[in-house]
Ligand binder design. Structure first.
Ligand SMILES: Cc1cc2nc3c(=O)[nH]c(=O)nc-3n(C[C@H](O)[C@H](O)[C@H](O)COP(=O)(O)OP(=O)(O)OC[C@H]3O[C@@H](n4cnc5c(N)ncnc54)[C@H](O)[C@@H]3O)c2cc1C
Length: 384
């Protein structure tokens, strides 16, 4: 990020995060990727270290500091060791679920879930996508109908990160069939609600340590108190909160591309072919120069986006720009870096090989590149 982006407090926090990552994550994350799941004890340790719920008020067990630069520090430190699965999971807390609870939760909902999540004793999920509704959310067909003193949910979700292990899930359901965009509501569903089941963990290309599952709702009864935010306003709530999720994906994209660049710089300096270091070839230096330039330019844009997010003036359009640009850059940079590693780049023992597959989903989840461009384009045309 820009030289003046981080201040002394952020750097002090970085030292603590770096030792957490070196101690708790680096020695074990490859094992977790191979096993297809992570050690849940990690979240309790992260909670104790104050790494979850950074923006949640201290009375609920959070850090009480709504400065997204601290989240950037965590993403950068996880990217340095290529722990993409761990990053996705930590992001679920601070970027995907806690912001909804903080902004929309009733005092009872906050009391029930914020301390448990901030301490890592509970894990969350955000369940929007369905087999027939990914990019086009109006296709959501999970239904919730009023029944007695609550609601009854029926339907299914797919691709839900941590869906198989979450203690609490924010679920989007259609509550008013003829309500158009005002016909959807957010619900808090607990994992032991009768009728709720999670399917097997989907066999993913990358980020293999993180669970991604299908979910099934078969007459799941929830009380009226399970409604999160305003009934019928799920789409507005999503629109207000998706910029944070998209910024978080963009931040990790840049951090991961930066890490790949550093691994590659070390590799091409060290590796000799035809009697000289790979770094000595003009082609290599041009590759490095182009990538460094694009990374620096992206850092400047991201720094502005993060500061705007801090001040609550980041527009959905600028978040969409950050998301598509940074994630596409991540894939270009990692692919070029892999090429500069030669055959070693294809061997999973090398972090660049794992970063290549872990990065692939970044242009897809949180809204695809095409959807980001559509959002930006529509905003431009509407304004004219
Ligand atoms: C590993 C992983 C984790 C995920 N985690 C979660 C999660 O925790 N919670 C959750 O709710 N969802 C999650 N998702 C789902 C993710 O957000 C969706 O996969 C994504 O939004 C795309 O939807 P889709 O897969 O249905 O693709 P589709 O919508 O079917 O898109 C197919 C293709 O059509 C293109 N396309 C669609 N509409 C347009 C258009 N208008 N113009 C041009 N092109 C278009 C898309 O860009 C894409 O290339 C996850 C997905 C993955 C793979």
């Amino acid at each position: 990020m820009r030289r003046d982006f981080y201040q002394a407090d952020h750097e002090a926090f970085r030292s603590a995060v770096r030792s957490f990552v070196q101690r708790e994550v680096e020695p074990r994350h490859l094992e977790w990727d191979d096993a297809g799941h992570m050690d849940p004890g990690l979240w309790v340790t992260a909670g104790k270290q104050g790494l979850l719920g950074l923006a949640v008020p201290e009375e609920y067990g959070g850090g009480g500091v709504a400065d997204y630069r601290y989240r950037c520090v965590i993403s950068e430190e996880l990217a340095r060791v290529g722990a993409a699965s761990v990053n996705s999971h930590m992001s679920l807390y601070d970027d995907l679920v806690l912001p909804y609870l903080l902004d929309l939760g009733t005092p009872e909902q906050k009391q029930r879930w914020l301390p448990a999540l901030c301490s890592g004793r509970a894990t969350p999920a955000l369940a929007i996508t369905e087999p027939g509704a990914g990019s086009d959310l109006r296709g959501i067909s999970t239904r919730a109908r009023r029944s007695g003193d609550g609601w009854v949910l029926n339907g299914g979700k797919t691709f839900i990160t941590n869906g198989g292990h979450a203690d609490v899930l924010i679920v989007v359901a259609r509550t008013h069939p003829d309500g158009g965009a005002d016909g959807f509501t957010l619900f808090l569903v607990e994992k032991d609600a009768p009728g709720f089941t999670a399917g097997r963990s989907l066999d993913k290309l990358g980020q293999r340590g993180e669970n991604v599952a299908e979910l099934f709702f078969d007459d799941v009864h929830v009380p009226v108190e399970a409604v999160l935010g305003t009934e019928g306003q799920a789409m507005r709530h999503l629109r207000d909160h998706l910029p944070t999720e998209r910024t978080s994906i963009a931040v990790y994209a840049l951090a991961s591309a930066e890490a790949a660049f550093e691994w590659t710089l070390a590799h091409v300096r060290d590796r000799s072919v035809f009697g000289k270091a790979v770094a000595e070839f003009q082609h290599t230096r041009f590759e490095l120069a182009e990538m460094r330039t694009e990374l620096d330019i992206t850092r400047a844009f991201m720094a502005d986006a993060v500061l705007a997010l801090n001040d609550m003036r980041l527009t959905p359009t600028d978040a969409a720009k950050a998301k598509w640009w940074a994630t596409e850059l991540q894939q270009r940079v990692i692919s070029r870096c892999l090429q500069l590693h030669g055959g070693y780049g294809y061997i999973r023992e090398y972090p660049i090989a794992r970063a290549f597959v872990d990065a692939r989903v970044q242009t897809i989840y949180g809204g695809t590149t095409e959807i980001m461009k559509d959002l930006i384009g529509r905003d431009l045309v509407r304004r004219r």
